[in-house]
Design a binder for this molecule. Sequence first.
Ligand SMILES: [Zn+2]
Ligand SMILES: [Zn+2]
Ligand SMILES: [Zn+2]
Ligand SMILES: [Zn+2]
Ligand SMILES: [Zn+2]
Ligand SMILES: [Zn+2]
Length: 242
Amino acid sequence: MATSVLTSKMDNLRIVGDDRTRKARETGEDIAILSTFLPPSLVGQTPSSQRPFECALGKECRLGDVKLAKPGTKKMEYKTRQWHEQCFCCCVCKTAIGTKSFIPREQEIYCATCYEEKFATRCVKCNKIITSGGVTYKNEPWHRECFTCTNCSTSLAGQRFTSRDEKPYCAECFGELFAKRCTACCKPITGIGGTRFISFEDRHWHNDCFICASCRSSLVGRGFITDAEDILCTECAKQKLM
Ligand SMILES: [Zn+2]
Ligand SMILES: [Zn+2]
Ligand SMILES: [Zn+2]
Ligand SMILES: [Zn+2]
Ligand SMILES: [Zn+2]
Ligand SMILES: [Zn+2]
């Protein structure tokens, strides 16, 4: 998308590069043309003398005179506008473009550096430019290495993750931090891998942990009695309560 500058030089009164610039003008190529104001004897021989010169920088013209067209002074033409060479500058850093390429955007001219600074995609975490292979999360761009688990900072690019309050967590941390915990073993009940669990009132157990506090037999699918913190099979409960 960068636009290059063609130069048309005076060389012993022969205009070198003029064919190329004429062709570019005719075909409406997206280029700027750097040329030199000619002495009056040559004016009329080049297509650039078609209209009176007026520096597009206007009041800010660095030569202080928008109409200044002394022979030997260089000018830049781009699309329908013309500038003195020094006035054709980046709208941000004000550096003259010279013969470097530039990036036009709307009516403004940018040098490559400023354009990148201003319009490049930036990582929402580190605010640095993403040049390649970023990831998008909730429509926002991240570097792969910046898109990490909120808790343990391992990269989540290409990994399974879960978000909570708009923040991403790796599966492990999410389980540790937010999943239901088993009343018996205190480990999280993640649901990953189809873990089955039992919920009763506000308590939860892994299937394997849902056992009688007295005889340790599984209570899955059986009747049970709660005795304060404990759960008991009906037989143990009968014995204990008798
Ligand atoms: Zn100027
Ligand atoms: Zn600049
Ligand atoms: Zn980043
Ligand atoms: Zn983590
Ligand atoms: Zn458990
Ligand atoms: Zn029992």
